[in-house]
Design a protein around this ligand. Structure first.
Ligand code: SF4
Length: 83
């Protein structure tokens, strides 16, 4: 039996608190603010039990926004181009 997205999402460390760290705000975000926000998200991802599943989904679906699997959109594009 294969693992579905719903199965692994229940183990996501980003559920609930700190969701705002994973996506840019609707207002303008300075570079330093983006770096700080992404650092918070990446720390959460680093301790997430489903990081590999999350990153695989984001790469497979070409997710263009936010932090997924510990990588931001630029970092995911780099990974995609490198493969
Ligand atoms: S790797 Fe990060 S974005 Fe993905 S489910 Fe875990 S905490 Fe959330």
């Amino acid at each position: 039996m294969s693992t579905t997205t719903v199965d692994w999402v229940t183990g996501a460390a980003c559920r609930g608190a700190h969701r705002e760290a994973f996506y840019p705000p609707n207002s303008i975000e300075r570079k330093e603010e983006r770096c700080e926000r992404e650092a918070v998200a990446k720390r959460i991802c680093a301790g997430c039990a489903v990081q590999s599943e999350c990153l695989e989904l984001a790469l497979r679906t070409h997710e263009i926004h936010g932090i997924w699997g510990g990588l931001n959109e630029d970092e995911r594009r780099f990974v995609t181009r490198s493969n």
